[in-house]
Design a binder for this molecule. Structure first.
Ligand code: OOG
Ligand code: NI
Length: 265
């Protein structure tokens, strides 16, 4: 496990921009070359004991992160937690896990079979959170997973890595509101996730979010290659609580729609 939060996020970012070439362009577009503050990143996994949310979370807890919130997505059969660092300038972390036992016996057997191929030491290695896929996967198995759960298929194909980074709109020098960020992105030709509307949440729930639809990349399966959705970029604007501090949580109804940024269009 890493012991330096900045090193871990630098590694996660390097992997993420390989998966998401558009993120580098968006970075330039919104930040005008200046540094961009990340509101949060997100990771995905299965709730199988050897790779579950808690296993991923250990990497963040080891560098000072604290468990700060629980979320449940009944229809997608997911649960999630978010973690915060004592230094509020460090990104928050949103980790979700698929409740595998709620799916068909076939999906359960497939997922257990994938995870069983992993080297047991992989999950504590420094690079685990940006190590990608640890198993053989054929195209038919990918497609069978996709038919039941887009999330299951995404994790099966792409494995362990940041599924998105999130620009903190509050910290952008040239933009104030999420609508003008969205407009700038659309003018530059980026496709936004419009599930539930382009802006998820509101000032009333203290968080507004939008995201691009994931980039697409050719992934090698054991018997074929196929272009599939990879990772996306998110934009978040936070509003203050009554005590004047910015809200630091997530909004389940909004998150539910953000997950769909990796759906095929
Ligand atoms: C996470 C979706 C939720 C947010 O900011 O609400 C989320 C995911 O797609 O893995 O990131
Ligand atoms: Ni997010």
């Amino acid at each position: 496990m890493h012991c330096d939060v900045n090193v871990l996020f630098a590694e996660l970012w390097q992997d993420y921009i390989k998966m998401t070439p558009s993120a580098a362009n968006i970075h330039q577009l919104l930040g005008d070359g200046a540094d961009i503050i990340n509101d949060h990143i997100a990771l995905r996994t299965f709730n199988i004991a050897s790779v579950n949310l808690a296993v991923l979370a250990k990497h963040f807890i080891a560098i000072g992160y604290v468990d700060c919130g629980d979320y449940h997505f009944e229809k997608k059969k997911l649960v999630a937690k978010h973690f915060e660092h004592p230094d509020p300038s460090q990104p928050k972390v949103f980790i979700s896990e698929l409740m595998v036992e709620e799916f068909s016996p076939q999906l359960q057997a497939t997922v257990k079979g994938l995870v069983a191929q992993m080297d047991v030491s992989a999950v504590t290695a420094d690079n685990f959170l940006y190590s990608g896929r640890h198993w053989d996967l054929d195209l038919a198995t990918y497609q069978a997973l996709l038919a039941e759960s887009e999330y299951a298929a995404w994790v099966a194909a792409l494995g362990y890595r940041a599924n998105h980074f999130t620009v903190s709109i509050n910290d952008l020098p040239d933009f104030d509101d999420i609508e003008s960020v969205n407009l700038k992105l659309k003018e530059a030709g980026f496709i936004l996730n419009s599930a539930g509307g382009e802006v998820k949440g509101s000032k009333a729930v203290l968080l507004e979010q939008s995201s691009t639809m994931a980039d697409r990349m050719v992934v090698k399966f054991s018997d074929a290659e196929l272009e599939i959705p990879s990772c996306f970029y998110e934009f978040a604007k936070r509003y203050p609580l009554e005590n004047g501090k910015l809200y630091t949580g997530f909004v389940a109804a909004s998150a539910d729609k953000i997950f769909e940024s990796t759906n095929a269009m």
